[in-house]
Ligand binder design. Structure first.
Ligand code: LLP
Length: 418
């Protein structure tokens, strides 16, 4: 469920007509619903309430400060993967003891910053990284917590680029190496290895690969007699983009809770898309329509630079007009909704049936709240769009659109070229 709905043929976000926002904010822009964001966070929180887990929202899915702040105020922690995300977490006012830090390539300076800030856990992905953390903690005279990320070698049914729990991926460590690390814990006197972590992939629609992975890890911990206190089961819960029928938070918890309860471990979850995905849409405007002998195109003012998911993963995002023209019927022919970028792969939707749209009409690209703005770029020197948050009947520009000056910020022409 989300708070983007039609009333009298006009698309609303919560209590505001999106067309009204577009009169005051230039397109394209990302639009987030506060209520949807918090509702989705609460769905997970409530589903697992009996064991009071730490829910660390995955910043990579949507890192806007207002989004982070909204979730933090409602009790969320954060899952970060870089010094930049740590910086955002600090600005958003996150309690360091509610931050977990994953990623295979943490740099020394990033590790030091995180130690100084006092985060809860590093999710460690290699032995060399563990040594780097040990050395940094020693230099800073600190004792830090680490969870070892295990690669459980399970196959989640999802796009190959976002399946992380298979043995051949770069993520986590195999059971044997993890065993070795726990046995040589004394080599890392400044690191308390107090947890394990898994993250098997993203946009996973049923709980079985999670169950499989969790069971594998629990058996391993038991067999090796490893004593820890935290189990971080990552993120990855899928959402509805089109006709998917993903598990609900409740049904997911029903399967996972018994496993965790028996283990007595404290649970950490790192959902991103589940919370932010359907909390945001991309609002874009029709620039031209174009009929070729083969196809009909609608060219809009955003493309792969604003939302790369269709180009990168052939991901489906529903596209709807913000105002449905009266007496409109959907066109009989298939339409391709494309952007202005100079690449054939620059499309937002293929084979769509839409009402007749003309220059200036607004469309909403749905389900764009996760991995939308955060994966946007300045390709073709396009300033990135603004981000707007709706709370009830008010809207707030939570990031202004970039200007041309932003495109060249930091660039210089060497004197010899002048
Ligand atoms: N934790 C870790 C360690 C992760 O790597 C990720 C996502 C998450 C949590 C959150 O996963 P979620 O709950 O959002 O599925 N760009 C891709 C998704 C990449 C996911 C990367 N890792 C997309 O647009 O589909």
């Amino acid at each position: 469920m989300h708070e983007f709905a039609f009333k009298n043929n006009e698309l609303y976000c919560e209590d505001i007509k999106i067309a009204e926002i577009a009169k005051r904010v230039r397109t394209p822009f990302y639009l987030y619903s506060y209520k949807t964001l918090i509702d989705h966070y609460r769905k997970i929180k409530n589903a697992f309430r009996t064991i009071r887990p730490l829910i660390c929202f995955s910043v990579k899915s949507n890192s806007n400060l207002a989004v982070l702040r909204a979730l933090i105020r409602n009790g969320a922690g954060l899952d970060i993967v870089s010094g930049g995300e740590l910086y955002r977490a600090r600005l958003a006012g996150c309690d360091p003891k509610r931050i977990v830090y994953a990623g295979v390539g943490k740099r020394r300076d990033e590790i030091e910053d995180a130690i100084r800030f006092g985060i809860l856990f590093f999710n460690v992905e290699s032995e060399e990284e563990l040594e780097e953390i040990q050395n940094a903690a020693f230099r800073l005279k600190k004792k830090v917590n680490a969870a070892i990320r295990i690669n459980p070698d399970v196959i989640p049914r999802t796009h190959a680029y976002i399946a992380t729990g298979k043995g051949e991926t770069k993520f986590g460590l195999d059971f044997e190496t993890v065993h070795k690390i726990f046995n040589t814990g004394w080599k890392y006197p400044n690191v308390n290895i107090g947890g394990v972590h898994i993250h098997i992939g993203s946009q996973i629609l049923d709980a079985s690969p999670f169950e499989k992975a969790i069971k594998k890890v629990l058996v391993f911990l038991k067999e090796c007699n490893i004593k820890i206190s935290y189990f971080n089961i990552g993120g990855g819960l899928g959402i509805v983009y089109s006709i998917e029928n993903p598990q609900t938070a409740k049904s997911f918890a029903r399967k996972i809770l018994p496993l965790l309860k028996r283990s007595g471990l404290k649970l950490i979850l790192e959902p991103g898309r589940f919370i932010s995905g359907n909390s945001g849409v991309l609002i874009t405007k029709v620039i031209y329509t174009k009929i070729t002998p083969r196809k009909k195109f609608i060219i809009v003012d955003s493309g792969m630079s604003e939302l790369i998911r269709p180009s990168l993963y052939e991901a489906y995002h529903k596209i709807v007009p913000v105002k449905v023209p009266r007496n409109s019927s959907e066109t009989a022919e298939k339409i391709e909704v494309v952007g202005p970028i100079c690449e054939s792969g620059d499309f937002l939707g293929k084979d769509r049936f839409l009402p007749r749209l003309v220059h200036g009409d607004l469309v909403a690209v749905m389900g764009a709240g996760a991995y939308g703005f955060t994966m946007s770029s300045n390709y073709n020197s396009r300033p990135r769009p603004s981000e707007v948050m709706v709370i009830g009947n008010k809207f707030y520009v939570v990031r202004r659109h970039e200007r041309y000056g932003d495109l060249v910020r930091g660039e210089t022409i060497p004197k010899v070229l002048k």
